[in-house]
Design a protein around this ligand. Structure first.
Ligand code: NAD
Length: 433
C-alpha cells in the first residue's frame, strides 16, 4: 500500500480550526497528533483517521406553537466506522456547530476503541436553545431532525444516544419516528431510551458510575483516600449529578456543584438530595438553601482533592491550570482540558483521567442496551453494573500499564491504545478498492 498521501484535498478541518470557532476541534486534532507522533503511524492511515468519514448538515423547518415557522440547522458526523457501527450522542445547544460535532465524533472513535466496544465514532447536534422551546416544539424538532437524517441512522449503521440537553424522552421520539417510517418498531436504532420501550437498566446513571469506577482505580494508584475526600463537580446534569451521588456514597464530601448559571458551595459537604430537589423545582442549583454561591470560574480553582468537569469542553486551559488545586481530575465531560493544560497538570503532578476512558461508562451501557435490543433479552441491573465495572477497570489497567511503559500521562496512554487499535483495524481491512 502506498504511504504517499495528498494532504489537504479532503480537508476542511484546518479551515474550520483556523476560523477560531473551533477550539474543541483544535484540541481533538492536537491530542490525536500527539498520539500519532508517538506511535509512528504510517502516513496514509494517519491521514485517514484524521478526517471524518461522513458529515451531514441539514436545515429544516419546525412549526412553532404560535403558528410561525423557524428553520434549524443540525449535524451528524461519522468520524470512523472501521471497528463497528457509528455511535455517539445528539446534543441540542445554541453554540453547537459542525466543528464541535467533528471533534466530539472523533473522541467517540477513540473512546469506543479505548474500552474495546465494537463501535465507530459519531456525534450529532442541532443548534438551538432547548430552554426556549416548549415540549411540543422540542418533539417536532426532534422528529423532523430524525427524519432529515434519513438512511444515515439505523441499528446496523449509526446509533444515536443522549448528550447535552437531550434525554430518554428525546431518544423515545427518535426511536418512534424512525420506527414509524419503517412500519415496525426498531428499538436498537437509539440507546438511552426509557426502559419501557427497550432501554437498559442502569443506562441513565452509567456515565457517572463509570466515572466513579475509574476514579476509584486512579485514587488507589496515587494513594488518595476517597473517604472524606473533597470533591467539586462542574455541570450538575446527567453525567455530573450521578457522578456526584456515587462518590458521595463512597464517603466523599461533594463541596461544590454548578450548572450553566453558576455554582453552590458548602465546605462541609453539600446536601445533594436538597440540591437536586432545588434544581428540579427552580431549574438551577443556584440558591439551594444553606449554600454559598460560586462562579463556574471560581469553582474550578477551589481547594479540593478531586475535580470532576461534567459540563462542556474547553474549561481547563493554560490560563487556569496553574491555579487548579485538585490532585485528581476525572473528565466526565468530553474535551474539558486543552493540551496546554494537560502539560501543566503533568508538570504539577496532577493526575487526569482522560475523557475517552473516564466517561466511557455511558457508551458501554449503551452497547449493552443495543445488544439486549438485538437479542430481545434483558439483563438485571446487577449484571449490567458488574459487566460495566469489569470493562472500566480493565480499560483503566490497560491505560495505566501503557502510561508506565512509555512514561506518558494517562491521556497519551489512552490515545496510544485507542489510536493503535483503530489503525490496526484500518490497515487489516485495507483501503477499498
Ligand atoms: P446535561 O445536559 O444532562 O448536563 C449538562 C450540565 O452542564 C447541566 O447541568 C448544564 O446546566 C451544565 N452546563 C452547561 N453549560 C455550562 C457551563 N458553561 N458551565 C457550567 N455548567 C454548564 O448533559 P450531560 O449528558 O450530562 O453531558 C455533560 C458532559 O458529559 C458533556 O461533555 C457530554 O458530552 C459528556 N458525556 C455525557 C454522557 C451521557 O451519557 N450523557 C456520556 C459521556 C460523556
Amino acid at each position: 500500500m502506498s504511504q504517499d498521501v495528498t494532504r489537504g484535498q479532503a480537508d476542511s478541518a484546518e479551515a474550520l480550526v483556523s476560523s477560531g470557532a473551533a477550539s474543541a476541534l483544535r484540541v481533538a486534532l492536537e491530542q490525536y497528533d500527539r498520539a500519532a507522533d508517538k506511535l509512528n503511524l504510517g502516513a496514509a492511515v494517519r491521514e485517514v483517521m484524521r478526517h471524518p468519514k461522513r458529515e451531514v448538515t441539514v436545515h429544516f423547518p419546525v412549526q412553532m406553537d404560535d403558528g410561525s415557522t423557524s428553520v434549524f440547522t443540525g449535524y451528524r458526523v461519522w468520524h470512523n466506522v472501521t471497528r463497528g457501527p457509528a455511535k455517539g450522542g445528539i446534543r441540542f445547544h445554541p453554540l453547537t456547530d459542525l466543528a464541535e460535532i467533528r471533534a466530539l465524533a472523533m473522541w467517540m472513535t477513540w473512546k469506543c476503541a479505548c474500552v474495546k466496544i465494537p463501535y465507530g465514532g459519531a456525534k450529532g447536534g442541532v443548534t438551538c436553545d432547548p430552554k426556549q422551546l416548549s415540549i411540543r416544539e422540542l418533539e417536532r424538532l426532534t422528529r423532523r431532525f430524525t427524519t432529515e437524517l434519513g438512511e444515515m441512522i439505523g441499528p446496523d449503521s449509526d446509533i444515536p444516544a443522549p448528550d447535552v440537553n437531550t434525554n430518554a424522552q428525546v431518544m423515545a421520539w427518535m426511536m418512534d419516528t424512525y420506527s414509524m417510517h419503517r412500519g415496525y418498531s426498531v428499538p436498537g436504532v437509539v440507546t438511552g431510551k426509557p426502559v419501557s420501550i427497550g432501554g437498559s437498566e442502569g443506562r441513565q446513571e452509567a456515565t457517572g458510575r463509570g466515572v466513579i469506577y475509574t476514579l476509584q482505580e486512579a485514587a488507589k494508584a496515587i494513594d488518595l483516600e476517597l473517604q472524606g475526600a473533597r470533591v467539586v463537580v462542574q455541570g450538575y446534569g446527567s453525567a455530573g449529578e450521578s457522578a456526584a451521588r456515587f462518590i458521595a456514597e463512597l464517603g466523599a464530601r461533594v463541596i461544590a456543584v454548578s450548572d450553566s448559571r453558576g455554582g453552590v458551595f458548602d465546605g462541609d459537604g453539600l446536601d445533594l438530595p436538597l440540591v437536586t430537589r432545588h434544581k428540579q423545582e427552580t431549574g438551577s442549583v443556584i440558591g439551594t438553601p444553606r449554600t454559598r454561591a460560586v462562579t463556574n470560574a471560581e469553582l474550578l480553582e477551589l481547594d479540593c482533592d478531586v475535580l470532576i468537569p461534567a459540563a462542556l469542553e474547553g474549561v481547563l486551559t493554560e490560563r487556569n491550570a496553574p491555579r487548579v488545586r485538585a490532585r485528581l481530575i476525572a473528565e466526565a465531560a468530553n474535551g474539558p482540558t486543552s493540551p496546554e493544560a494537560d502539560d501543566i497538570f503533568r508538570e504539577r503532578g496532577i493526575t487526569v483521567i482522560p475523557d475517552i476512558l473516564c466517561n466511557a461508562g455511558g457508551v458501554t451501557v449503551s452497547y449493552f442496551e443495543w445488544v439486549q435490543d438485538r437479542e430481545e433479552f434483558f439483563w438485571s441491573i446487577d449484571e449490567i453494573n458488574a459487566r460495566l465495572r469489569r470493562i472500566m477497570v480493565r480499560a483503566f489497567e490497560d491505560v495505566q500499564r501503557t502510561a508506565v511503559e512509555h512514561d506518558v500521562d494517562l491521556r497519551l496512554a489512552a490515545y496510544m491504545l485507542a489510536v493503535s487499535r483503530v489503525a490496526e483495524a484500518t490497515v487489516t481491512r485495507g483501503f477499498y478498492p
